[in-house]
Design a protein around this ligand. Structure first.
Ligand code: NAD
Ligand code: ZN
Length: 363
């Protein structure tokens, strides 16, 4: 039996997030009690499809008389208008109804794209997320943000759209490449910093340098992180207040990703690096927060950051972030571990110093 976490948004719809290991039977029970067995749409990451076609996917799709299977090529480039349009065409021409479920199985790329397809087709079809990467389990499948990229920028086209349920089955992590586990850990460590230091104790009990192997500690870790995100999102469905603390490290991370053309490092790596800048900034603003919280995980990350831009240019680039309001930079800082808050910055000198510290660590 999986652990269940309830997400109540300010909207009338509530749903559960299930975290467990080999929970196909629970998924099947949910699907058969919620939907007609006539038809389902599956939107599946290409690698996950290859690995699980004859096992997990066959077992789930056997519950429907007809399955419309859409494969999403791996990589960020699938979050595009052209892939969106191609898959929407396939789904609509298959004769779906507004009650046909869309079951999305994959990492954050497939989840963001599939979620947006579910939000858009017939003005909204029921969405079920089955996240298969660590990042998707602890972050992207929760909270209802869906979307695709535009050449002007990342995640600029999208909608807030809640799934009917999320099933995080840790069996998928057994095939996730180790580097992808590490990327997910960037967000996990962020939750430890902003909300729950017990995450650090759990991380010490898990052999992180080795390939994933299922343990109760892993399950607890995913479930704690999911609960933190659920708690924060429940209080702030459309990201106007407390939800912004989830962006700890992200104002730096978005610039790191942009400078590297979204190719030099993953989002999770950029978040890990970005948190070094955010911790330094917190220290410069007078808070006694120890970088040792991050440095003990430093050996896991091979990430480097060698920008050709100056500190001043990097700081200016922060102004172009989506989170910028009225030209002033709002950053999330820590007064202490578990005590995150937003701060509007008027003095860019501290930001430049924070960049210098970050670059010195990752050059
Ligand atoms: P991803 O979806 O690209 O998956 C990473 C890689 O792992 C891919 O090559 C994929 O094919 C593979 N993979 C996934 N599951 C696997 C499995 N079980 N076994 C083997 N291989 C597997 O990347 P990601 O890190 O999961 O997600 C990144 C995306 O998430 C970004 O586009 C980002 O913008 C988005 N995101 C969204 C939110 C949100 O709130 N919606 C939050 C954070 C990130
Ligand atoms: Zn993030």
């Amino acid at each position: 039996m999986s652990k269940r976490i309830q997400l109540n948004t300010t909207h009338s719809d509530k749903h559960e997030i299930h975290v467990g290991y080999k929970i196909e039977d629970e998924i099947i029970q949910f699907l058969s009690s919620s939907f007609s067995r006539r038809k389902a749409v599956f939107i599946i990451d290409e690698n996950v499809f290859k690995l699980y076609e004859n096992t997990f996917i066959n077992k789930i799709s056997a519950n429907f008389d007809e399955s419309v299977v859409c494969i999403v090529p791996q990589g960020e480039s699938s979050k595009s208008v052209s892939v969106f349009s191609h898959l929407v065409g396939k789904i609509l021409s298959s004769g779906v109804e507004r009650s046909t479920p869309i079951i999305v199985i994959g990492g954050g790329v497939t989840g963001d794209l599939g979620g947006f397809i579910a939000a858009s087709c017939l003005r909204g079809m029921p969405l079920i997320h089955i996240p298969t990467s660590l990042l998707a389990m602890v972050d992207s499948s929760i909270g209802g943000k869906t979307g695709i990229n535009h050449e002007i920028g990342k995640n600029l086209i999208g909608a807030f759209y809640q799934p009917k349920a999320v099933f995080s089955d840790l069996q998928f992590l057994e095939t996730l490449p180790h580097k992808e586990i590490v990327h997910g850990l960037g967000e996990v460590i962020k939750y430890g910093m902003i909300s729950d230091r017990s995450i650090f104790d759990l991380l010490k009990k898990i052999p992180l340098k080795k390939e994933f192997s299922y343990s109760k500690e892993w399950e607890q870790l995913v479930s704690i992180c999911a609960t933190i995100k659920v708690d924060i999102v429940s209080k702030d469905f459309k990201e106007s207040g407390i939800r912004e603390i989830l962006n700890f490290g992200h104002t730096f991370a978005h610039v790191i990703e942009r400078v590297g053309n979204y190719e030099n490092c993953s989002h999770g790596e950029a978040v890990f690096m970005g948190m070094w800048g955010a911790v330094k900034l917190s220290q410069l603003l007078g808070f006694n927060i120890d970088i040792a919280n991050l440095s003990e995980f430093r050996p896991l990350f091979n990430s480097t950051f060698n920008p050709s831009e100056t500190m001043e240019e990097l700081t200016l680039m922060m102004l172009h972030d989506k989170k910028v309001k009225d030209g002033s930079i709002t950053v999330i800082i820590l007064e202490d571990v578990e005590k995150a808050r937003s701060k509007i910055l008027t003095n860019s000198a501290d930001l430049e110093k924070a960049w210098k510290f970050l670059i010195n660590e990752f050059k």
